[in-house]
Design a protein around this ligand. Structure first.
Ligand SMILES: [Zn+2]
Length: 282
């Protein structure tokens, strides 16, 4: 096992023990020096689930809780679940199942209510929401924003962060303002798949060297992620599970020790209230 002498957190990846590599991906991550993971549930339709109610999301969430437990057993730190409703679901509901945008939003909000119950019980760390990254009708866009604002209200109620899937952007201050209006601090809104610079939410930076260099040199809070999807049909779609520890090694060798501390210790503490150092067992 490589030891990078620092906690190493991948802030956003998926694990699919049934169809993908599952915990073998965690073994790869750990072998390279990775210590902590935030595991986000896969989109419900990837698991063959077509929800009719909020409770219908439970099997999606339970699958994630199970694989998080298995991952924690393999890590010197631990894994945590991030649960929510993928914003792309709205298009499946409207385009394929005949939902109105408002009815689709209602179902997705019920799914988020269900996810928030796991946060309330201490079984999940954070929520996941957002809006489509592709062009949609005005009605679908507004409904998606309503879903996202509902997630912010839940985050405020349960004092938990909300990870977002959104369009590519360097300024999401309007979205962060929506969170603040509902009582969720902007820094507890995390934009996943981010570039190295972002106004508003905390960026979870895709671990490519140019993006990381920008984030490291910004002096601003940031997180690192791969968005590994663990889908055998899309092997090259995203970065692999070894990427975050490899890039941490590269940052350390490039003199960015402070940025590594920021991304893997101080920002996780600010955003999620987790202590990546205290949860290291060896
Ligand atoms: Zn993802």
């Amino acid at each position: 096992m490589d030891d990078l002498d620092t906690p190493v957190l991948d802030n956003h990846l998926h694990l699919d023990p049934e169809h993908g590599r599952g915990v073998d991906a965690v073994r790869d991550f750990a072998r390279l020096g990775g210590t902590h993971l935030l595991v986000v549930n896969k989109p419900s339709w990837h698991l063959g689930i077509e929800p009719e109610s909020g409770a219908d999301f439970r099997p999606v969430f339970e699958t994630t809780l199970d694989v998080v437990d298995a991952a924690t057993d393999l890590l010197s730190g631990r894994a945590w679940p991030v649960l929510g409703v993928h914003p792309g679901l709205i298009s499946r509901l409207v385009d394929e199942r005949g939902f109105s945008p408002a009815a689709a939003a209602e179902l997705m909000q019920a799914g988020l209510d269900c996810a928030a119950e796991y946060v309330a019980d201490g079984d999940a760390l954070a929520l996941k929401s957002g809006r489509p990254h592709y062009d949609v009708s005005d009605a679908v866009w507004e409904a998606s924003n309503d879903v996202m604002r509902h997630a912010f209200a839940l985050g405020a109620d349960h004092d938990c962060a909300v990870q977002l899937h959104t369009e590519a952007a360097e300024d999401l201050t309007e979205v962060a303002d929506w969170a603040e209006e509902r009582g969720l601090p902007a820094h507890q809104v995390v934009k996943h798949y981010a570039g190295g610079r972002l106004a508003g939410p905390t960026p979870s930076v895709m671990s490519e060297k140019d993006r990381l260099t920008t984030a490291a040199e910004s002096g601003e809070p940031f997180l690192m992620e791969t968005d590994f999807v663990d889908d055998p049909d899309r092997p090259g779609a995203v970065l692999g599970p070894k990427t975050v520890p490899r890039r941490v090694r590269w940052l350390l060798e490039s003199g960015h020790e402070e940025a590594v501390e920021r991304a893997h210790v101080t920002t996780p503490k600010q955003v999620y209230g987790i202590d990546t150092r205290a949860t290291l067992s060896r």
